[in-house]
Design a protein around this ligand. Structure first.
Ligand SMILES: [Ca+2]
Length: 212
């Protein structure tokens, strides 16, 4: 079975529109405005077996956050990102949970960036310290860190150990911020109408249908 060019074009455009709509709904977008970050390059690594946590404290510079990136490696592990309200407890990882991501599969050897989306935008208080916790739900997780206080607004935390047990100069390689502005529904609708109009015109040209 063969498709005419116009039908093939319609399928491609239709798929593009569907993926655009799905991306908007699932927040599957990169961080557009980075607030705080430690871009590396990493000079150290650490690893933990589930169920344990790593964390990185940070000082909010923006009034909202909805996404985090971490440089990680792991073996079939599932990781949940939690935002905690300040440093609390013996290891700094016992603050109230303000938001948490869905589990993210971290299943690649080596070092790769992994993206964590919050289910909705979380309001932050500018200048206040928060903790981004990586809760290891299964197997083992490896984190990538710097050793020389590359990020001055916080520090790496390790579940079960006091924040100063290893060194307060350790920082995970991370970024946090907010997503790209998604297209307005009206913009997507106008785009769809425009595509439909072009396709209709092409179809009439192709089939020689009479114009009204
Ligand atoms: Ca630091």
């Amino acid at each position: 079975m063969t498709y005419s060019p116009s039908k093939r074009f319609a399928r491609v455009v239709g798929a593009a529109l569907l993926s655009l709509a799905a991306g908007s709904a699932a927040w599957a977008l990169p961080i557009a405005t980075i607030d705080q970050q430690n871009p590396g390059p990493f000079t150290g690594t650490s690893g933990l077996l589930a169920p344990r946590s790593f964390g990185q404290s940070f000082t909010a510079g923006l009034g909202a956050v909805d996404a985090f990136d971490f440089l990680l490696g792991g073996f079939d592990t599932q990781v949940i990102l939690r935002v905690r309200d300040g440093l609390a407890g013996l290891d700094g990882l016992a603050g109230n949970i303000l938001a948490e991501s869905a589990p993210v599969a971290v299943d690649q050897q080596g070092s790769h960036w992994f993206h964590f989306d919050l289910p909705q935008t979380l309001a932050l208080q500018v200048g206040k310290t928060y903790v981004a916790e990586l809760f290891i739900a299964t197997d083992s997780l490896g984190v990538r860190l710097t050793l020389d206080n590359s990020y001055t607004g916080g520090q790496m935390l390790t579940g079960g150990f006091a924040p100063d047990h290893f060194s307060t100069d350790y920082d995970l390689v991370f970024a946090e911020g907010i997503h790209a502005a998604v297209p307005e529904p009206s913009a997507v609708l106008m785009m769809a109408i425009g595509v439909a109009a072009v396709l209709g015109w092409r179809a009439r040209q192709h089939h020689g249908a009479p114009k009204h």
